[in-house]
Design a protein around this ligand. Structure first.
Ligand code: ADP
Ligand code: ZN
Length: 809
């Protein structure tokens, strides 16, 4: 039998199936989707079994054996294997990269390689320089460490020994760290025996007595750490008792449940509103008929989309099927998770980036073992290894975080629809502000459009006022709060209601500028200005981490008019205290939420009414549902409009709508105050009217004029190198090549310098392709990669192809 394997070596030449013989002993256990260890050149590498076959196109006598099985059960299902092929084609990625992204990080981790002396090699016959690396014949050394610390000559010698099979390299795989173990201690004796043991103790045995006394009172095993805490003893006291066989110790495996200890009250499905019933009916029909269909559910914030998701999933479960629910990382708040746990109890696995690698692995394992039926998570949860999916839902489908920005550059929405096709099940894309692409598809009936215009229980959408900050300035108000906002905050504080203040940080960080000569501090390695960090009193680059001290004089003109510009959340907090000294502010930004669980804690505090103002960045835009929030202030509404990206108006509209949606979700009426320098921009005007369709129409006109999605497809080829001339040359050649291969219907722009022309000392150029139909495009792009493959592996040159770009910089 032959195993067809994709090996874990990401190069163009190795991006194909390799044939290996399956040794007799593995024939019964080996399955497609398992990981194996195979010899590959002088090395041993990991690989994935894609197919098992009884024939090979190669000379069977020359085939090598599969050496080892890494898994006992295949982590990847046959459906995921075929899906991996589809993603590979779509995103022009290496097959191995796609296979790895489908696994939890714990299984994806780069395994260590160790080098050993081969069993058949007499230790004393080794070259003395090699021999001295090992203590004895059974010793092993970390391969990468060894290479790092070797001279060129030693390296050559090592490789020579591996070729001669005097040494061999083995992967140290093991899933050791992926399972959490705990040491527990329990009594080895009866109560009577324990009592008489205590009596036999001398005065020095005071500590031992306390521990034994504990077990007389509690006849149950307990984790060692807890025992130490409860009895105020040390590990060594306990160890002594174990040695005397009074107590036993045992290592047990524990499941890491991040929600352990919490009790979830089961909630029943709510009777649906008229709009909700109308929206859910076609979805359930499709489920019943076992058909695939993609639905676009556009419902204003608070219209009850989540309730629809819950009931649609419930229905799928009652048919004996499974469900995947994707939410953006940022809205995977405890509140959101609880809503699912409360409805489906222990049937839910949550894949969340705040979990440790091990915790994530545990959750994944519960899916693979069919212990749960619902997977809730961010982007990568789309690969949940279910085998009988009945419902796939993507909430906030417009979020760009569903696109992975490193290889494989897949979009979870595309993957969801592909899986939906396979399982013949409905896919629901939900949003208050759908992406232009999805809404355009719904208009062309590729997706079925479902609309909910009203909030549940006739709760009014908040009223939105737009404040022209230029006007404020003209009237002599130089502060970052408009008069109206100050009054409104005052009013809420008097009424004991809560306030959300939103500051969009993107493109709005604090930089320093010389007022005399206009000098702006920039990163020496990246063409971007440095950001002022108050806590460390330094200037930092957000792209490469470069850090420097703050100059007291302008490095350019030596004047002393250095000033800070822009406003971060810390600055806003300070200003807020100046105006409202008694105000209780809860600030949520990267600085205050760095520690695990702090995000949750801050929200809990706010929910308990321990704060008047929740001040934050993007982090607070979503998922918050507190009844007492009646005012939302948006401080710098247009900071996003000026980012050089054709989607900037769309993103701005989406974000403002999201943030506004936090106000007045319950009985109390909500108000939104938007501060802007461009009050007439259509993306801001339409937020005021809550008018998605109007925004959509205007934006579509511009997309058509500019030749952008959804009218055209885009692909960007990014070229970068430390050598500027080289970048320009290569980018030029690539553009020429693409031009010569594509039809005249398509337009090719470039080469042009990227919006950030240099990052980490690498110069960046790009070539943009706009097209409608280009069946040959994939082939052309693959040819480019092939042409430069060798050069890329030998030099600093990098060529990255993004077939559906969301990052234009
Ligand atoms: P969305 O996801 O569209 O923003 P939610 O599903 O969060 O809206 O619903 C908003 C609020 O309305 C929530 O507090 C939810 O519990 C409540 N809700 C949703 N559907 C119903 C219903 N059919 N009856 C009563 N309350 C509902
Ligand atoms: Zn930098």
């Amino acid at each position: 039998m032959i195993g067809k394997i994709i090996v874990d070596v990401a190069t163009n030449q190795t991006d194909r199936l390799f044939d290996y013989l399956i040794p007799e002993e593995y024939i019964d256990t080996i399955r497609p989707g398992m990981r194996v260890i195979v010899p590959f050149g002088p090395r041993k590498v990991q690989g994935f079994v894609i197919e098992i076959s009884d024939s090979s196109d190669f000379d069977i006598k020359k085939l090598k054996n599969i050496e080892e099985l890494v898994d006992v059960e295949a982590p990847l299902t046959s459906e995921l294997l075929s899906l991996s092929n589809w993603i590979k084609e779509k995103t022009l990625s290496f097959h191995i990269a796609v296979l790895k992204v489908m696994l939890p990080a714990a299984m994806r981790a780069k395994y260590k390689k160790e080098v050993k002396v081969n069993e058949d090699t007499p230790f004393d016959l080794l070259h003395p320089d090699i021999k001295q690396l090992f203590n004895n014949k059974d010793d092993s050394k970390d391969w990468d460490e060894l290479l790092k610390n070797s001279t060129e000559i030693q390296k050559k010698l090592l490789l020579q020994c591996i070729k001669n099979e005097e040494l061999r390299i083995e992967p140290r795989v093991g899933t050791k760290e992926t399972k959490k173990k705990q040491m527990i201690i329990g009594p080895n004796m009866t109560e009577v025996e324990l009592t008489s043991f205590i009596e036999s103790l001398t005065k020095q045995g005071k500590k031992q007595r306390e521990v034994v006394q504990y077990f007389i009172e509690n006849n149950k095993p307990i984790p060692i750490v807890e025992l130490m805490e409860k009895t105020e003893t040390s590990r060594s006291t306990i160890r002594t008792l174990v040695e005397k066989e009074v107590l036993y110790q045992k290592e047990i495996e524990v499941r890491r449940d991040p929600y352990e200890g919490r009790v979830f009250k089961k909630t029943a499905p709510l009777p649906l509103t008229e709009e909700q019933s109308k929206a859910i009916t076609p979805i359930l029909d499709t489920l019943n008929k076992k058909q695939h269909q993609t639905f676009l559910l556009r419902g204003v914030t608070g219209s009850g989309k989540t309730e629809i998701y819950l009931q649609a999933i419930d229905k799928a479960l009652s048919e004996g099927k499974e469900a995947i629910m994707l939410v953006p990382e940022i809205s995977l708040t405890p509140q959101m998770v609880y809503r699912f746990k409360e409805r489906f109890g222990s049937n839910v696995a949550v894949l969340h980036s705040a979990l440790s690698t091990g915790e994530k692995y545990d959750e994944w394992r519960r899916i693979r073992d069919k212990k749960v039926k619902v997977a809730v998570g961010a982007r990568s949860a789309i690969f949940a290894p279910f085998e009988n999916i009945g419902m796939i839902i993507i909430d906030e489908e417009h979020e760009t975080s569903y696109k992975q920005e490193e290889s494989p550059r897949y979009h979870a929405r595309d993957v969801a629809i592909e899986r939906g096709r396979y399982y013949k099940c409905p896919v629901i894309l939900g949003s208050a502000t759908p992406s232009l692409e999805s809404y355009a598809r719904a208009q062309k009936n590729v997706y079925v459009l479902l609309t909910m215009e009203k909030r549940v229980n006739n709760v009014q959408l908040p009223s939105v006022s737009i404040i022209d900050m230029r006007e404020e300035l003209r009237n002599g108000n130089r502060s970052m709060f408009s008069e109206v906002l100050v009054e409104s905050i005052q009013q809420r504080m008097e009424r004991n209601e809560q306030i959300v203040l939103f500051l969009n940080r993107r493109g709005y960080s604090t930089f320093i500028l010389c007022r005399d000569c206009g000098y702006i501090a920039e990163c020496p390695h990246c063409d971007i200005s440095l950001t002022y960090h108050r806590s460390s009193q330094s200037l930092q680059c957000h792209y490469c981490g470069h850090s420097e001290t703050i100059p007291t004089r302008c490095p350019n003109c030596e004047g002393d008019s250095i000033r800070f510009f822009g406003s971060g959340t810390q600055k806003v907090e300070e200003e807020l205290y100046k105006v409202f000294p008694q105000c209780r502010v809860i600030r949520m930004d990267v600085d205050t939420t760095r520690r695990k669980g702090s995000h949750e804690k801050l929200l809990e505090k706010f929910g308990n009414g321990e704060g008047d103002v929740l001040l934050g960045t993007q982090m607070i835009a979503k998922g918050l549902d507190f009844p007492n929030i009646t005012l939302v202030g948006i401080l710098a509404a247009d900071s996003m409009l000026h980012i050089p990206d054709f989607r900037s108006a769309e993103r701005s509209f989406q974000l403002l709508t999201q943030v506004s949606g936090r106000a007045g979700r319950h009985k109390k009426k909500g108000e939104v105050i938007v501060q802007t320098y461009t009050p007439d921009h259509y993306s801001i005007v339409d937020v005021k009217q809550h008018d998605y369709v109007s925004f959509f129409k205007k934006e579509m006109v511009l997309r058509k004029q500019g030749g952008y999605p959804p009218y055209y497809f885009l692909t960007i080829v990014h070229v970068s190198d430390t050598d500027l001339t080289k970048v320009v040359q290569v980018a030029e050649k690539i553009c020429q090549f693409i031009k010569s291969k594509l039809s005249t219907e398509s337009s090719i722009f470039g080469p042009v310098a990227s919006a950030i022309p240099r990052i980490k000392d690498r110069y960046r150029y790009q070539c943009m392709i706009k097209y409608k139909v280009e069946p040959n495009l994939s082939k052309v792009l693959q040819e480019i990669i092939q042409t430069y493959q060798t050069e890329m592996s030998r030099s600093d040159l990098s060529i990255v192809i993004d077939t559906n770009p969301y990052m234009m910089m």
